[in-house]
Design a protein around this ligand. Sequence first.
Ligand code: SF4
Ligand code: MG
Length: 326
Amino acid sequence: MENVLEVKELTTQFKGKVGYLTVVDKVDFTVRKGEVMGIVGESGCGKSVTSLSILQLLDKKGKVSGGEIRFKDIDLLKQGEKELRKIRGKEISMIFQDPMTSLNPVLTIGKQIGEIIVKHEKQKGSNVKSKVVELLQLVGIPRANELFHEYPHRLSGGMKQRVMIAMAIACNPSLLIADEPTTALDVTIQAQILDLLRSLKDDMDMSILLITHDLGVVAEICDRVVVMYAGQVVETTDSRTLLRNPRHPYTTGLIESTPQQSTIGKRLKSIPGQVPTPDEYGMGCRFADRCPKAMEICNHGVPPLLMIDENTSCRCWLYKEEEHGV
Ligand code: SF4
Ligand code: MG
C-alpha cells in the first residue's frame, strides 16, 4: 500500500540547562494511504513532540536535528516556512486535545472556518458561507445555520471538537494528525467523535495519525500502531496483534493497566514508576527500571529495534535472546 507519510530516524532535541536533550530518538514509522496509524504511550514518551516535528510546529527551544520526513513526494524538513504554511491546514491538518486552545474565542464559528476556506481555497462571499454550513453538517452539528453566528464558548466540549474537526477537514487534507482528540471528553462523546473521524476518513479518503495514551482508542479506531517509550519506538504492529499478542513488556504493561470488559470489578494493574526524562537515560534499555522481565543485559545496552515477524518490530533483548540463543 502507498505511504502518505514516511518518518525515518526522526530526532528532535530540546534545549535544556546543560545543552540539548534528545526527546525523540531516531523514530521510524509510516502512515499508509487511507489508514489510521496510532502512536501510543504514556505522557512524556515523545508522542506529541513527534507529531509537532512533522509540521515543524515546535516551540523555540525545540529543533529537529536529524532524520527525514517524507510526505508524498515532499521532504518536509527541506521546506521553508512559506512552503510549510501552504502544506499546513491544506495537505496536513491537526486537531488537539483541548479545542479551546485552537479556537479563537472572539471570532464566530462561521468566521473561523470561513477564514481557512478563504485562505487556502481562494473562495469568496456566499460560497464560503455555504461551504462552512456544509462542513458543520458533515461533522454532525445540528442547526448549522444558527451555529454559524455563535462564539466558541457557547458550545459543549464535544461540539467544540466537532468544530475543530470541521476546520481540519475544510481543505480536504490527505493527512489528519489528531493529538489526543478525545481525551478531554466524556466517554459517550469520545465514542461519537471516534466514529465521526472514522467515517470522515473513509468518505474523504484521508489518512489519520492518531496520538493517544489510551489503548481503548487504539482498539476502537487504529489499523496499525507504534508504541513509544522514552523517546524511542519500542513496538510497531497492526493493532489487532498488538492487543492480542503484545511482544514488548511495556506494551503488556499498558494493556494490563487498561480497563476492559473482563477486568470489571477487578483491581487494575499499573506499571510501577515513571517514564524517565531524557537526562535520566542510562546505558541500557530505558524501560529496565520498570520492567518485570529485566535481565542483566538490559542494564548494559540499548536493545535494537528488530523485525520479529513480517509485520511486527520490537525493541527488547528478550527477542534478541530467542533468535540468537544468547
Ligand atoms: Fe525489559 Fe530488558 Fe526487554 Fe527492556 S530489554 S523491555 S528491560 S526485557
Ligand atoms: Mg501529548
